[in-house]
Design a protein around this ligand. Structure first.
Ligand SMILES: Cc1cc2nc3c(=O)[nH]c(=O)nc-3n(C[C@H](O)[C@H](O)[C@H](O)COP(=O)(O)OP(=O)(O)OC[C@H]3O[C@@H](n4cnc5c(N)ncnc54)[C@H](O)[C@@H]3O)c2cc1C
Length: 348
């Protein structure tokens, strides 16, 4: 097998990069071990939100990455023939008087996204939530149907013999004058999109990866309208399976990926305080986010090994910033005139 590019990992990073290369008619093969670790991409809320609702400010560069995300996901919808993205409002419940005042001060500054809830929305939520300090509204935010996207892209790749579902063993990968060789595959470049597993990658072992885990509950909440995302520190996001995703937390110190029962108890207590409707926990999921010190993205080619590249460090923003970054990386990989250096974090 002689593809130009060999991609390791088919979370959202590997999915978006392989889609960008496919759009450019480039030859590639993806290797993904579906059961290696829980994929962060399947545990994520997969929400694209341009507003930082803690400070009611806009997220840096939101115009660029949202435009790229909408174009990419709608292009994938067309290619795969399924719906992958849904625009909806997010209702943000203020936790105290100071938060309410901050929202009132900032609200008029960014009218394209930060809005006043309609009277009908206020009336509706007063019946469903205990809502002492009122709420603000971000509209639109976008929810990506992550499980459907990854599974449909995996089927698409398999149907074209572009996906090998097996564990990639880096000990069997050799650099050659033409690029890299792995078992029967020789490729010009290898791109590691392996998520949190990159911390063990010997090609990139000087990069400052950090460990971070996050979890979510999947809830059944009969009677809660599915046309909104609800935010109260924790977030309730309607999922395709008729459930609500509820998350999440950030833990930097851990030595396993078992569900944290304390976090679950606290989250259920918060839900009982906030939500007037009964709910049932259907599942509790955990994954490691691929993060770096300083929360920098890592995209580009190794400065000392031009046939080795990385797409990682997506942290909390894989679904939102991933499409724009995948395009940049694709340009770097395919256009010899583009700077190919690793961006985001320098190799020390
Ligand atoms: C609780 C939680 C909530 C989140 N919410 C959001 C959100 O609302 N919006 C947002 O944009 N982001 C969110 N994120 C972040 C997002 O999930 C990540 O940024 C993104 O999923 C990272 O994607 P990835 O492809 O780099 O890694 P992953 O999804 O982990 O994929 C890595 C892939 O590489 C494969 N792999 C690794 N090693 C090997 C090997 N040796 N051989 C073969 N395959 C291998 C793995 O099996 C996996 O398939 C959230 C994350 C968490 C945990």
């Amino acid at each position: 097998m002689h593809p130009q590019y060999l991609i390791i990992g088919q979370g959202i990073a590997g999915t978006l990069l392989s889609y960008a290369l496919w759009k450019q008619d480039r030859s590639f093969v993806v290797i993904d071990e579906p059961h290696e670790l829980p994929k962060a991409s399947l545990v994520a809320g997969a929400v694209i939100n341009p507003v930082n609702v803690n400070r009611w400010t806009m997220v840096a560069d939101h115009q660029d990455y949202i435009a790229a995300a909408l174009e990419t996901y709608s292009g994938m919808e067309e290619t795969l023939g399924i719906s992958l993205m849904e625009a909806m409002p997010m209702l943000v419940f203020h936790k105290d008087e100071a938060k309410r005042q901050l929202y009132n001060e900032k609200q008029s500054l960014f009218p394209a996204y930060i809005q006043q809830p309609a009277d009908a929305e206020i009336t509706l939520t007063q019946q469903l939530f205990r809502n002492k300090y009122g709420m603000g509204k971000v509209n639109p935010v976008w929810r990506i149907h992550a499980a459907q996207l990854l599974s449909a892209w995996s089927h698409f790749l398999k149907s074209k013999a572009l996906l090998l579902q097996e564990r990639f063993n880096i000990a069997e990968c050799r650099l050659t004058p033409e690029g890299i060789r792995y078992k029967a595959i020789s490729a010009e470049k290898i791109i590691f999109c392996e998520g949190a597993a990159a911390i063990h990658n010997p090609f990139f072992n000087t990069l400052p990866f950090t460990k971070n885990r996050g979890e979510a509950l999947l809830l059944s909440v009969p009677g809660l309208p599915r046309a909104y995302i609800y935010h109260y520190g924790i977030r309730l996001v309607p999922t395709a399976e008729d459930l609500f995703w509820c998350g999440s937390n950030y833990r930097w110190q851990f030595n396993n990926l078992l569900p944290d029962q304390n976090w679950r108890r606290q989250t259920e207590a918060t839900l009982r305080h906030w939500l007037s409707l009964p709910f049932k926990v259907v599942d509790h999921v955990v994954a490691e986010r691929p993060t770096t010190a300083g929360q920098q993205f890592l995209t580009g080619t190794h400065p000392a090994m031009p046939s080795v590249a990385i797409f990682n460090g997506l942290g909390t923003k894989g679904f939102s910033c991933g499409p724009a970054l995948a395009r940049i990386l694709c340009r770097q990989l395919t256009d010899p005139d583009q700077p190919a250096a690793l961006t985001g974090m320098p190799l020390r």
